[in-house]
Design a protein around this ligand. Structure first.
Ligand SMILES: Nc1nc2c(c(=O)[nH]1)N[C@H]1C(S)=C(S)[C@@H](COP(=O)(O)O)O[C@H]1N2
Ligand SMILES: [Mo]
Length: 387
């Protein structure tokens, strides 16, 4: 291939000269790449897990114990995503002059590699931006589109990452095993100093946000979109009763909880519910957006209700909210969660009747489940045989 790029060589040479730093080296690029790659793999795995729990493929089952496992995996998902922002910026800085090199390829193989690299960068940036928009609760900027787009772009990113790692592995191995030459940039910063500041940035970002799920760090987490201690009854709320349009139905004295089972059905007023044996569970609400908070709930065991309407250990349950037309209006509870004695239709939170924004008169709370599946303002329970 000939170099017939018009003014491109001169321009790119000038540009890359303007960004020259003696700190850039294959070694630095490789070190950043290894750490960023690890962050991506952890973020992808925990994200896939969260998706599978919400949309289980036939081969997938998610247990109800340990009760806080999802709290850990989803907290890790959001934390690695946030850390990856700084790592990606450092990595792009480290390879910037090479990205501007022209022509970028000598043969078809090198062209394919370039395309995969561009896909990787675009997908990675898209994932980090949409992830941040989501935890900042800018749903309107994306709508329902978020979950679908974030999920499929993750596959694009991980596929492109595999190609990239496959291509670069020999270079990385050479760079990391070659003898080290000490270098200093124009500002006197050493390579180790640069890596140190990248690590420090990652640490600061983590401490500034992880308190939304790690309670002892809540006051240090000045950048966290949520404080897990703030909200009615000391618990955050994503969707209020007003915005869900359920205030009237939830406070109507004619409210009834209807339970439909294979052999029987029940219609319970709030007084009927509280007259039944009450059970208590300490369980977290774990929002997919990365905040979580533990609390003490009490109410009816779901498995008791299931038994009362003729269900058995294989029954699954669909809980239906008074809220209409939202993707969170219903949720499916699989048999292992139904049978867990900690799975409740809660009517009390921290010793008080549920605040209406937490789902009064009655809400689902089950161990080890994403917040989106912990349906609020429940008024119907359908017990059926699991598929
Ligand atoms: N009916 C209904 N239930 C819902 C929601 C909703 O929008 N509608 N939001 C869910 C989400 S995303 C979370 S994180 C939890 C939050 O519960 P809380 O508001 O009591 O903290 O409720 C879940 N239950
Ligand atoms: Mo949530």
């Amino acid at each position: 291939m000939t170099t017939s790029g018009g003014n491109r060589p001169a321009l790119s040479a000038r540009l890359s000269k303007a960004f020259v730093s003696r700190l850039r080296s294959p070694r630095l690029t490789s070190q950043l790449g290894v750490v960023l790659g690890a962050a991506f793999v952890v973020c992808f795995t925990t994200g896939f897990l969260s998706h599978a729990i919400q949309h289980p493929p036939w081969w997938f089952a998610w247990p109800s114990r340990p009760v806080s496992l999802y709290r850990v995996t989803q907290g890790t998902h959001v934390a690695t995503g946030l850390v990856a922002i700084g790592l990606l910026a450092a990595k792009l800085w480290a390879v910037f002059p090479r990205l501007l090199k022209w022509p970028a390829w000598r043969d078809l193989w090198a062209l394919a590699e370039r395309v995969a690299l561009l896909v990787l960068i675009a997908a990675a940036v898209f994932q980090l931006v949409t992830g941040v928009l989501n935890i900042a609760r800018w749903y309107d900027a994306m709508g329902f589109f978020f979950t679908v787009a974030h999920y499929w772009t993750a596959w694009l990113a991980i596929g492109a990452l595999l190609v990239h790692v496959g291509v670069k592995l020999p270079v990385v191995r050479r760079a990391l095993t070659a003898p080290v030459r000490p270098v200093r940039g124009l500002t006197g910063l050493s390579r180790r100093g640069l890596l140190g500041s990248v690590a420090a940035t990652a640490g600061v970002v983590t401490i500034a946000t992880v308190g939304q799920t790690v309670r002892p760090l809540a006051s240090a987490s000045v950048l966290a979109p949520r404080d897990p201690r703030v909200g009615p009854q000391g618990l955050p709320v994503n969707k209020s009763a007003i915005s869900a349009g359920v205030v009237e139905a939830a406070t109507d004295p004619r409210y009834r909880l209807e339970v439909f089972g294979p052999t029987r059905s029940l219609v319970l007023s709030l007084a009927d519910i509280t007259a039944r044996p009450q059970h208590t569970a300490d369980l977290p609400i774990t929002c997919v957006e990365g905040w979580s908070a533990g609390a003490r709930w009490s109410g009816l065991r779901l498995r008791d209700l299931v038994a009362d309407v003729g269900g058995d250990a294989d029954s699954q349950v669909i809980v239906v909210s008074l809220e209409k037309g939202s993707s969170y209006s219903t949720s499916v509870v699989d048999p292992s969660h139904v049978q867990d004695p900690l799975t409740l239709l809660a009517v009390r939170l921290r010793g008080e009747p549920l605040h209406i924004d937490h789902g009064y008169p009655c809400r689902l709370i089950a161990p080890n489940r994403p917040g989106v599946l912990q349906t609020k303002w429940v008024h119907r329970v359908l017990v059926e045989r699991a598929r």
